[in-house]
Write a protein that binds this ligand. Structure first.
Ligand SMILES: [Zn+2]
Length: 393
């Protein structure tokens, strides 16, 4: 069924037509067999995104994203294959026989072997994990960053002597990962490799997909503040917490999973994603925004190609805090402004169409309300952008 549907869609849709919805296409070769454009996944001005017209595949030479047209839509819209096929069919007016639509239904019932894992093994693992947690020692260091991280987020060094199965954790810097109700699920292990792709490894591996780092510690603050910051990787998470943004959670997996989104949704539907200019973080964020598109999301990219911890070290606590507060708030306000503007436009259009006096009066009062709000927003935004502009020039 899906196979047939996929065939039908792929035959009718050109990759370049889809890409064209997002970016301006340029000729990549004389023959026209390849096309180029600025990448859809990372911030790009050198047309790194290459489309092979004959193969109907794409590849970015910088962030290495590759795939076909269905995969592209999946990545950008944050949906599964079937949904991507339906989206394409809708965009390109393809007549398909609609079976009952399969929308994302939330919990993925993963029938992986991990679930069938024996109770005995699980119990044993729990025991070892709790033993590790209890003996996590504080790394000898006076850096206030680590002092805080140890005290509030339990970061510490694992014991040397551990059973063979968990030997990979011995003597390592570990970040205990708890689920939302506070139960210890495992650890994030820091590896010193200096690799681009973050510093950590989850034990057990599945943690990266099922848990949001720091959610347990952030839950109260998220409810209080009414929104959550989302960052990538534990370093950024720690930095945010140290700076007082305790409503921060982090994602460790390559992409934000639906399980993680569901967790987040229990606490808030307002998310501010913060990320630095590092390419892999840009790609992750692009994908996360696709997945979160049904929430109120604003994203803020730091004007630097280094992580938040770098920024923190450069600016010091006070300036870093001010910077995050101002810049994400402004970004959030900007998103609000855009939403208001588009609502204003649609109400104005409606006003032209409605005939009854009652409706007109209602719409006019809506308009006045929105205009007032917009004026206030514009005022705040104008005053504050100057500061940021000055700081980064
Ligand atoms: Zn790219």
């Amino acid at each position: 069924m899906i196979k047939k549907l996929k065939q039908q869609v792929i035959q009718a849709v050109c990759l370049e037509d889809v890409v064209q919805r997002y970016a301006e296409l340029h000729r990549g070769s004389k023959s026209g067999k390849t096309l180029r454009c600025n990448c859809l996944f990372h911030r790009d001005e050198s047309k790194s995104f290459k489309i092979k017209v004959t193969d109907q595949t794409y590849e970015c030479s910088v962030c290495k994203e590759t795939g076909d047209v269905v995969h592209l839509v999946q990545q950008l819209m944050g949906c599964g294959e079937i949904d991507a096929l339906f989206i394409l069919a809708e965009w390109f007016h393809i007549q398909i026989d609609k079976p009952e639509r399969l929308i994302y239904k939330g919990r993925h019932s993963k029938s992986s072997s991990k679930q069938k894992e024996g109770l005995l093994v699980k119990n044993q693992r729990e025991k070892v994990f709790n033993m590790i947690l209890e003996s996590l020692s504080f790394c000898q260091c006076s850096n206030p960053f680590f002092v805080y991280a140890h005290k509030s987020l339990e970061l510490g060094v694992g014991p040397e002597a551990l059973p063979d199965t968990y030997a990979c954790l011995s003597g390592c810097m570990l970040f205990p990962v708890r689920n939302e109700s506070g139960m210890l699920q495992g650890f994030l292990k820091y590896t010193s490799g200096g690799k681009k792709e973050e510093e950590c490894l989850c034990v057990p591996e599945s943690l990266a997909d099922t848990e949001l780092l720091g959610l347990y510690q952030a839950a109260g603050a998220i409810k209080r503040c009414g929104f959550a910051y989302l960052t990538w990787g534990s370093k950024d998470l720690l930095t945010m917490h140290v700076a007082g943004f305790t409503n921060t959670v982090a994602c460790c997996s390559p992409a934000l999973t639906y399980q993680q989104i569901e967790l987040l949704l229990k606490y808030t539907n307002q998310v501010v994603i913060i990320y630095s200019g590092e390419i892999f973080k840009q790609v992750k964020t692009t994908k996360a925004i696709g997945r979160l598109s049904f929430l109120s999301v604003s994203s803020y990219r730091f004007p630097l190609h280094k992580g938040l911890s770098f920024l923190y070290n450069q600016m010091g606590l006070e300036r870093f805090e001010y910077f995050v507060r101002q810049s994400t708030r402004l970004n959030y306000l900007n998103t609000m402004k855009d939403n208001l503007l588009s609502r204003l436009k649609s109400v104005t259009e409606q006003l032209d169409k409605v005939k009854s006096l009652e409706e007109k009066v209602q719409l006019r009062s809506d308009l006045i309300y929105m205009r007032n709000k917009l004026d206030k927003l514009a005022d705040i935004l104008n005053r504050n952008w100057e500061y940021l502009y000055w700081y980064f020039r």
